[in-house]
Design a protein around this ligand. Structure first.
Ligand SMILES: C[S@@+](CC[C@H](N)C(=O)[O-])C[C@H]1O[C@@H](n2cnc3c(N)ncnc32)[C@H](O)[C@@H]1O
Length: 813
């Protein structure tokens, strides 16, 4: 809007003339204080002092924008020289004409004469900031008369209604301030931003200013009061801070871990502020580390909690607690409460266990530790972000600063940690602290908790408090699943009032085709440890053995590193009920014949219902789509592709849109890894049905009959009743019957992947097609998989891909 080079925005100032000493200057004693070579520049905004003062009107603020910077300086004009962090009163030695052409000005100070670069010189007159607006990027000196301090900085915002008619100043130390009427602002004689910019010492601050001034696409970070952030506080190290005040574009941060608890105002879009964290971030207090050490020294699986009553060591930061849902909250929005330091948390067995928020008592952990807290937890109904559930059940979450103390100083903490020892810590309702999800899992087992490990996050990239806001007036249906899912899936349409075409909602695949016999024996187990000892569980072992015999790349590489079977199996496939990479040979879950716990078994993931909060929304270009309402961690299970089981022949007569092929055998028999991956993706590839030139082998191993099963909603055509004996593959059609999974769109850069899973049938022709997050998914992101259609395979059908991914292949079909 304004240019610091032009003359559209002049500044008013006046100059003192002192003719008395006019003859006293001795140029022979002139010294050059700064040997900077200044080149010709037109950076000074100069207006002849005698011309009428121009007045501009800012339409936003209605402030008069008036002022003059002189082009000439009279002899004896008083200036400020700022040098070596001191202000000196100086005088111009001789009158200066065409100031813009001068790079050095000769001044006198205590009867010495110096040639000073213009950028060190400031007008001694105060700008009338009540009536004028100083252009952005202008170099100024700011004096707070109250504090009797001066600082150098740049104007970052002009007065407007947005900022209550104030100037915002960015200081050379990276801090910021809005001016008040009492502040004194003095202008530099040189207004070349680049030149003044070089005086900023910290590289980080320089980079930050560049971005704030010139990067128009700055991310608008949504910080809120009391959020915790990490700040690169000018020494290239991170410091944790809490937002304690917000004022228009700036926020006040308190570096609470420091003894001095420094408070500083920073720009809300400063690149020095690294990221927003879980609220609250609490620095590992000595008590936590100390307890953890003792805990480890004794035994990692020790039954007793280690406690301490030394409350002096406790951080009294904001605590992250969630009350049970009141139904009014926006999806995924956590609540923050301040907990009085000694509030009693659990008092189930008052005589033995009395837990305080910040103190522990030695005790034997058992179901009593969690029972009272889990009273309201219903594992079949999720009304909010599932990663908040532990907090509703009395858990706490801390972020640990590994720089802080003792053993954690060895490894610098990183943002996206994948190591087992992470930068976070969960604390159980009874006060035990856990640094790894393995430990949490053990505790859940010990206490017979209703929670499962999938509700605990394992990386700091998942922001539990992220949520998307939407206007509820566009919700056309509160739950498209009509209560059949464990979550409510709302239907949002801000384009029109149309609802999706009707279909019968179901969460399990069904068919008129009946499996006569399944020649493949089903493995089952009788584990009593939630199948945590994987080598002992036949189901876990089957997944592992299948992968091994199919030369799974991961296993091959581990074998090269001489890992034992126990080591390999413990980190293969599901880890903490998440699957980070597909297992092409299939995953074998515990099933209805197993005697392990149906909800808490660690090898039951896909057979459990959808627990993520997602929403069906209408897009401009792709019809209906699904989006995440909260962050979803990498590896999390979404749901299975559900539909009506039909044969290939039947599928050729149906709408291809909702078809998915069950084709596990082909990729088992595909030797080449790339091909194997390809065929895995082909599960949704209609090309497999119509293009017989495809060489992927198909193994037929079951016979189907058309004996009908009861079907309350018979949408089938007549052809569906054919007895199919010579089919090669089976297909799921979700057009008339299916679950929410029918709405996942295609993306060339997907965020979910498919995985063949075997539960109650180990027949390779009938895998469950399960969908897992293949990376961290952000709240609000559309959830898509890669259909991997073969472009051009259907004559007369062309669909241009609208995924807008950077690597978009252009066409879907
Ligand atoms: C399984 S359905 C997905 C849900 C669908 N959008 C709806 O409204 O029912 C597959 C169809 O969605 C559309 N679709 C999915 N992904 C798309 C994309 N990336 N670009 C264009 N159309 C897409 C195509 O019409 C495709 O045949």
């Amino acid at each position: 809007m304004f240019s610091h080079r032009g003359n559209m925005f002049p500044i008013l100032t006046t100059f003192e003339h002192n003719e008395e000493n006019k003859e006293n200057y001795d140029f022979s004693s002139k010294k050059s204080v700064d040997e900077d070579i200044e080149i010709i520049h037109d950076d000074c905004l100069i207006i002849e002092p005698d011309i009428p003062i121009p007045i501009f009107h800012d339409t936003n603020s209605h402030i008069s924008l008036v002022g003059i910077l002189p082009n000439d300086l009279s002899k004896q004009t008083k200036l400020f020289l700022i040098y070596e962090n001191r202000i000196m009163n100086v005088h111009v030695v001789t009158s200066v004409n065409n100031l813009e052409r001068h790079h050095h000005i000769t001044i006198s100070h205590v009867n010495h004469f110096y040639s000073i670069p213009k950028r060190h010189l400031y007008l001694s007159n105060i700008c009338d900031i009540q009536h004028i607006s100083i252009p952005q990027q202008y170099r100024i000196m700011y004096i707070s008369p109250l504090k009797k301090q001066f600082s150098l900085g740049f104007i970052c915002e002009n007065p407007s209604v947005y900022n209550n008619l104030r100037h915002l100043v960015l200081f050379d130390d990276g801090s910021v301030a809005y001016t008040t009427m009492n502040d004194h602002i003095h202008l530099c004689l040189c207004q070349d931003f680049e030149r003044n910019f070089r005086s900023i010492e910290s590289k980080l601050v320089r980079k930050d200013f560049q971005e704030l001034f010139f990067d128009k696409n700055l991310n608008k970070k949504q910080y809120q009061l009391h959020n915790y952030v990490r700040v690169k506080k000018f020494d290239d190290k991170y410091h944790n801070a809490q937002i304690i005040d917000i004022d228009c574009s700036i926020m006040k941060l308190k570096f609470y871990e420091r003894q001095a608890q420094t408070e500083i105002w920073m720009h809300r879009q400063s690149s020095l502020i690294d990221d927003i964290f879980l609220s609250p971030i609490e620095i590992a207090s000595p008590i936590i580390l100390q307890n953890k050490r003792k805990h480890d020294e004794i035994s990692p699986l020790i039954e007793n909690c280690i406690g301490s009553t030394n409350n002096n060591n406790i951080c009294n930061g904001t605590e992250y607690r969630c009350a049970t849902s009141d139904g009014k909250r926006r999806p995924g929005r956590p609540r923050k409460n301040h907990l009085p330091p000694n509030e009693t948390r659990v008092s189930l067995l008052p005589s033995i266990h009395t837990f305080h928020s910040n103190s522990y008592q030695l005790h034997q952990c058992s179901s009593y530790c969690v029972l009272g807290k889990e009273e309201n937890f219903n594992p079949n109904c999720f009304t909010e972000n599932p990663y908040i559930l532990p907090f509703s059940c009395g858990w706490k979450y801390f972020h640990i600063n590994r720089y802080a103390k003792g053993r954690f100083t060895k490894k610098p903490s990183t943002h996206k940690t994948t190591t087992s020892r992470s930068n976070y810590l969960y604390r159980s309702p009874c006060g035990r602290s856990f640094l790894t999800l393995d430990e949490v899992e053990t505790y859940l087992f010990q206490t017979n908790s209703k929670l499962t490990i999938k509700f605990f996050i394992d990386n700091l990239s998942t922001h539990i408090e992220s949520f998307i806001e939407y206007d509820s007036k566009y919700i056309l249906n509160n739950d498209i699943s009509q209560g059949k899912e464990s979550v409510k899936i709302s239907v949002y349409n801000d384009n029109n009032n149309n609802l999706p075409d009707s279909f019968l909602y179901g969460t399990e695949t069904r068919s008129k085709l009946i499996l006569r016999n399944d020649p493949n024996p089903i493995t089952c187990c009788s584990c009593t440890d939630n199948c945590r000892d994987r080598l002992k569980c036949p189901c876990w072992r089957k997944t592992f053995e299948q992968a091994k015999s199919n030369d799974n790349e991961q296993i091959v590489s581990w074998q090269r590193q001489h890992l034992s079977d126990e080591q390999m199996i413990s980190r293969f496939g599901y880890v903490h009920q998440r699957l980070k990479a597909p297992v092409w040979s299939g995953i074998y879950e515990c099933n209805s014949k197993c005697s392990c716990h149906t909800k808490q078994c660690t090898n039951r993931v896909v057979q459990n219902s959808l627990y993520q909060q997602i929403q069906l929304f209408h897009t401009d270009t792709k019809g209906w789509a699904l989006r995440a309402l909260h962050d979803i961690p990498h590896g999390s299970f979404m749901n299975a592709y559900v539909g009506e089981l039909i044969t290939e022949e039947m599928a050729t007569k149906r709408d291809f849109k909702y078809l998915a092929i069950l084709d596990h055998t082909s990729h088992l028999y595909t030797n080449d890894n790339n091909k194997r991956k390809q065929s895995m993706k082909n599960c949704f590839n209609y090309n497999r049905i119509i293009d017989e030139t495809n060489q992927i082998p198909i193994k037929r191993c079951v016979r189907l009959s058309t004996d009908s099963i009861s079907d309350e909603d018979d949408n089938d055509d007549d052809d569906d009743s054919d007895d199919e004996e010579n089919h090669s593959c089976f297909i799921l059609d979700a057009k008339y019957y299916g679950s929410i999974s029918r709405f996942y769109n295609h993306s060339c850069k997907p965020n979910i992947h498919i995985q063949n899973v075997f539960i109650n049938s180990h027949d390779p022709q009938f895998p469950v097609i399960a969908l897992f997050a293949c990376r961290n998914i952000r709240a609000g992101e559309e959830i898509c998989w890669d259909y991997n259609y073969t472009v051009g395979c259907m004559s007369g059908v062309r669909i241009d891909c609208q995924c807008q991914a950077s690597n978009c292949r252009g066409r879907l079909l």
